[in-house]
Design a protein around this ligand. Structure first.
Ligand code: S3P
Length: 446
């Protein structure tokens, strides 16, 4: 996607947040619905699809690969699948924009097809490591020519006869796992991924929804062993996408921090492998209730009821990182206001997100007057237990979650916070500013 013009935003001290809202559809599930729908036989109707730029890039890529992808109405999409083995060679570059998930998962799907595809993305995505997927995909028979360090742009020629592999992933990454499982769909026999800690299991859940055989068993050391049986016939089946817990995280933390707030966020996905932030906030004393728990489209969903209250510092174990990997920027903001020292372990992966999030969080907090340090893979935030100064211009580094987190900080701080570019927010959370302001927030163009 072409780069959008930078749009600086500012947030000043807000009063209490109140009201009921819904956040846009889950980003992880939205990518997967389009990709698996494209590999299934028949028509999949997806409702609640996130229409953020990241997902629209995946929609464009699947279309270029021959799947029928059409929008019927808001969040309401039809995907006509071509069947496993049916993807066509795209006659254009696949521009995955800002999206690591889109790039890595589409590479996985393409790797099991006898086609050549060229992948690129924005400046942030072109800096991110791709060898973590191209290396195992090469073992399955794909051929990849990439820039130094396996970076984009790269050319991938899929395998005419992909080999099933057993791959012990050095990182707990749902993107790595999913890329291999998607390539494994084209291979005969069983393809297995062993992950060091359990990562989000949306790919596994959706594969089962489409009729594939997937097993997942815990390993002795806290990880998981996931096996897909290749060459299934995926049968199209409708998908309802819940609200994204990673997006709900921003208004949820703001409501905890702004005195007198009480908000409800309806229909949020609460898959246990995504819910680490809510667990952590509860440990900090945050008043968050899961009301009307139900299962929608195979995923657990609830209405989150959040009331403001004082937070206490906490130590977050490394083992929890995969279940809240995208939530450390906003947790660090909560920690700045909490009483005491919050210690977050096991954050090496934050260095290779949309930005080097470990540095971006530390820099932004420090600019806002918070005492913060990084020791190896550990982030330490000294919470004030009360006021935080704010009053800084924070660099969002092409990272939507850094941008949204610091806007939330600005609403609870003494002085306004400005971020250099709010345009990136559209990658995951279109309508963010009006949703937050509709609850009583105070975000404006800078
Ligand atoms: C995602 C997995 C995570 C996460 C990303 C979405 C996914 O990345 O950070 O935002 O949908 O599979 P990693 O697989 O790199 O941990």
């Amino acid at each position: 996607m072409s780069a959008t013009k930078a749009a600086p935003l500012t947030s000043g001290t807000a009063g209490r947040l109140t009201g009921i809202c819904r956040v846009p559809g889950d980003k992880s599930l939205s990518h997967r619905a389009l990709i698996l729908g494209g590999l299934a036989i028949g028509r999949t109707r997806v409702t609640g699809l996130l229409e953020g730029e990241d997902v629209l890039c995946t929609a464009g890529a699947m279309r270029a690969l021959g799947a029928g992808v059409t929008r019927q109405g808001e969040g309401d999409w039809l995907v006509s699948g071509v069947g496993i083995g049916g993807l066509q060679e795209p006659d254009t570059l696949l521009d995955m924009g800002n999206s690591g998930t889109g790039a890595r998962l589409v590479m996985g799907a393409a790797a099991g097809h006898d086609i050549t595809a060229f992948f690129t993305g924005d400046a942030s995505l072109r800096r991110r490591p791709m060898a973590r997927v191209t290396e195992p995909l090469s073992r399955m028979g794909a051929k990849v020519v990439a820039r130094e360090g396996g970076r984009l742009p790269l050319a991938l020629t899929g395998a005419a006869s992909p080999l099933p592999i057993t791959y012990a992933s050095p990182v707990a990454s749902a993107q790595v796992k999913s890329a291999i499982l998607l390539a494994g769909l084209s291979a005969p026999g069983e393809t297995t991924v062993i992950e060091p800690l359990a990562s989000r299991d949306h790919t596994e859940n959706l594969l089962r929804h489409f009729g594939a055989s997937v097993t997942s068993t815990p390993t002795n050391d806290g990880g998981r062993r996931i096996t897909v049986t290749g060459q299934p016939e995926l049968k199209a089946g409708d998908i309802v996408i819940p609200g994204d817990p990673s997006s709900a995280a921003f208004p949820a933390v703001a409501a905890l921090l702004l005195q007198g707030s009480a908000i409800t966020i309806e229909g949020v996905g609460i898959n246990p492998l995504r819910a680490g932030l809510f667990e952590t906030l509860a440990e900090m004393g945050g008043d968050i209730t899961f009301a009307n728990k139900r299962v929608e489209g195979g995923e657990p969903v609830a209405d989150l009821v959040i009331r403001a209250g004082a937070l206490n510092a906490v130590t977050v174990p490394a083992a929890r990182a995969p279940s809240m990997i995208d939530e450390y920027p906003i947790l660090a903001v909560a920690a700045a206001f909490a009483k005491g020292r919050t210690v977050m372990h096991g954050l090496a992966e934050l260095r290779v997100k949309e930005s080097d999030r470990l540095s971006a969080i530390a820099q932004g907090l420090s600019d806002c007057g918070v005492t913060v340090s990084i020791e190896g893979d550990t982030l330490i935030v000294e919470g004030t237990g009360g006021k935080v100064r704010g009053g800084a211009a924070v660099a969002s580094a092409l990272d939507h979650r850094i941008a949204m987190s610091f806007l939330m900080l600005g609403m609870a701080a003494e002085k306004p916070v400005t971020i250099d570019d709010g345009a990136t927010i559209a990658t995951s959370f279109p309508g963010f500013v009006s949703l937050v302001n509709g609850l009583g927030g105070s975000i404006a163009a800078a």
